[in-house]
Design a protein around this ligand. Structure first.
Ligand code: GRF
Length: 189
């Protein structure tokens, strides 16, 4: 079973997922793709000897290059791990129920266009929420709108800041995202 990771940024999730599946003989991370040539995620791929592809937003809209790259590597599941572009419908049609995303809040709250990274944590803290967390969900043609696969929560108190919340969320992502991916891919194989 082959997984392709899409990331636009630092890639802490990409790193965690690569490490998690390193010695797995059934499930392999076969590619890391990014729309940012300087994405930290691409360094993690390089260090792990995993092929990568950088594409422009324009390329991605036509999707052909990306689709060919994925087909060559016989990708079974696409995982968005901090990827900030909307996925073209042509790719969603090619991978039905086989594109998953992680969002750093408890959807449907604090999701949608523009709600990523610290924007999410700032909004959650400003609203004085008592809890937040992560949502792992299927990807459809809208931002953060597909069926939920799993959610994991963290409690918040008056001392929490957007930064302390980001730390708690990062901890949840490390603990739960790779395992949830494994459970999901075994279910759909
Ligand atoms: C994570 O918070 C993830 O939930 C969101 O984007 C962020 C990516 O962080 N989708 P990183 O690049 O994996 O460190």
């Amino acid at each position: 079973m082959n997984i392709a990771l899409f990331a636009s940024g630092t890639g802490s999730n990409v790193y965690n997922i690569i490490q998690y599946f390193k010695s797995n003989h059934l499930i392999n991370v076969v590619a890391v793709l990014s729309n940012k040539s300087n994405a930290g995620a691409l360094n993690h791929a390089k260090n792990a000897g995993i092929p990568s592809l950088t594409f422009s937003k324009k390329d991605f809209t036509s999707a052909i290059t990306v689709e060919e790259f994925l087909a060559e590597r016989k990708v079974d599941l696409i995982v968005l791990a901090g990827f900030l572009l909307k996925v073209p419908e042509s790719l969603i049609d090619l991978y039905p129920n086989k594109i998953i995303n992680i969002h750093p809040a408890l959807l449907p709250n604090y999701g949608g266009k523009g709600m990523y990274g610290m924007h999410v944590h700032n909004a959650v803290i400003a609203a004085q929420e008592k809890k937040s967390g992560i949502t792992i969900h299927l990807v459809n043609e809208n931002y953060d709108d597909g069926a939920t696969i799993a959610q994991f929560e963290c409690g918040l108190n008056a001392q929490d800041t957007p930064q302390s919340l980001a730390q708690k969320v990062s901890g949840l992502e490390k603990s739960h995202f790779p395992r949830t991916i494994e459970e999901y891919i075994l279910k759909i194989k």
